[in-house]
Design a protein around this ligand. Structure first.
Ligand SMILES: [Zn+2]
Length: 102
């Protein structure tokens, strides 16, 4: 999912509040780049070796501009919620043109 400008602001504000001026654990610098898209860490069953696409964890990533170390955060914890599902007129309740009986 492409992060919106509002999502990016939410992420940056959250990071400033919770992790202000945090440094990269690898190189010690603090130059970060926010990935433009959220990603999904999909589920994987170690025993059956099958992927579980319905059991993923949404993530947003920060990349250290100096060494490339990647940090992943939960957008849900940051307050980014999924949009409600779109409703289509054909899926709405049968209030018009139907008696409900045949
Ligand atoms: Zn680094």
């Amino acid at each position: 999912m492409n992060l919106s400008e509002e999502d990016k602001k939410t992420i940056v504000d959250w990071l400033k509040e919770k992790c202000n001026n945090f440094r990269c654990v690898c190189c010690g610098l603090g130059h970060w780049d926010l990935a433009p898209d959220s990603v999904l860490l999909i589920g994987y069953d170690l025993r059956s070796t099958r992927f579980h696409y319905h059991a993923g964890i949404p993530l947003v990533g920060l990349t250290c501009k100096d060494c490339g170390h990647l940090l992943l955060f939960s957008p849900i914890v940051m307050g980014i919620k999924p949009d409600p599902p779109e409703t289509h007129p054909s899926n709405s309740s049968p209030e018009e043109g139907s008696s409900g009986e045949e």
